[in-house]
Ligand binder design. Sequence first.
Ligand SMILES: *Cc1c(COP(=O)(O)O)cnc(C)c1O
Length: 475
Amino acid sequence: MTAPSSEELGEVLELIGREAARYVSELPDARVRLPGADDAALAFGGPLPEDGDGAAKALMELLERGSDGVIASSGPRFFHFVVGGSTPAALGADWLASALDQNPGAWVAAPVASRLEVVAIDWLKDLFGLPAAWGGKLTTGATMANFVGLACARRWWGLRHGIDVDAEGLAGLPRVPVLSSGYIHPSATKALAMLGIGRGSVTRLTRDAAGRLDLDALRAGLQGLAGAPAIVVGNAGEVNAGDFDPIEAMADLAEEHDAWFHVDGAFGLFAAVSPRTEHLVRGVERAHSVIADGHKWLNVPHDCGFAFVRDHELLGGAFALAAAYLPDPDDPRPNLMNLGPESSQRARGPAVWATLRAYGRSGHREVVERHLDLAQRVAARVDAAPDLERLADVTLNIVCFRYRPVGVPEDRLDDLNRRLGEAVLEDGRVYVGTTVYEGRVAFRPAIVNWRTGEDDVDLLVDVIREVGAGLTATP
Ligand SMILES: *Cc1c(COP(=O)(O)O)cnc(C)c1O
């Protein structure tokens, strides 16, 4: 029988410190995926051990058996989804958060961790040009940040109907009208489902196959509601090509029609950080709720997202909880359990605080602007390649293109690009996913990792062409 003992700690922390240092120092040159990654993952299992072997043995086993199954998603050549890495400051602070194991749900249990979240939210509002008076909450990611923003929208909407929906629920009320473009992210509709508003409440007002907003249809849709309250969802950075809804025009319409304006800027809100792209999010400061991710372009470890809400009292209305043993609801100190969906929670403030403290506004702007340049570099290389076809303008940090070798007929390109996408992941030197853009299967690398440089994006283009040539050479 082996129970946890204090003696194990020194050995464990030393082992993990050494192994983690090795891992992150090898990341710049590491293959993103090793052959046998799935087998390594599936080899874990078996029955619950009746007796354990202690911490050191368990962790050695994890390292030895697991390492082949680790994807280098925090390294410089992971362009799949939208996944950032961890800056050194953020990684250090996040480790410390685990060692200190604070629970900032209640100030009395974790004053520094609670305060760091409050400061982190204040600094982020400044970074993104959002009004200082707004409230905010760190979350597990953009999905839960969408949930928080839309929970406040739902509360506001109910109050417009004279109902406290957080007390009474939605029964008996009309369906909540939600208007957006075709760019609305499935995490926002998932949040609507979790809130009882329903995925089906969304009307997508599109004017083309990419899903761009039909602004006239939005105006008409709001007018058609004849003054009934509604939620408008703006999308600052959609995932296929990094395009933006017209945020300022949507803010105008939302104001004219007394609608709640929620903006999903999971990665696109970082456009506000550079003078080169800030016009893309102009007007976001007139929204009612705005969200972004920390584990994408801020490069803090998973999991971390941010929700910002103009009327901070709505956060308490939606999320406050009370019990005799919990903090007094009138406690003036921030008890974060009253501002978001989680009660007990991980200390996410330290990592955000540390990366902003370590690199400041200018350091994070430099990362964003390097990625803007790298995206243009990929676009130029795609345009110069006879076997690649770019499908969209590059507004931000995503490049949407497909493999199109001479002689392959149009009706075979989707299948070819899909197979090529799988082969590139299998190859493992770079990682990039495919999507369907305007009805065509396409690659959509997203550049968000602080380590990524020119060699990494050049290799991305080279690998796609090389693996593609191999695929088309063998029938
Ligand atoms: C990634 C993303 C989300 C979801 O973010 P999670 O952090 O995975 O919850 C939502 N909206 C957009 C636009 C995204 O890119």
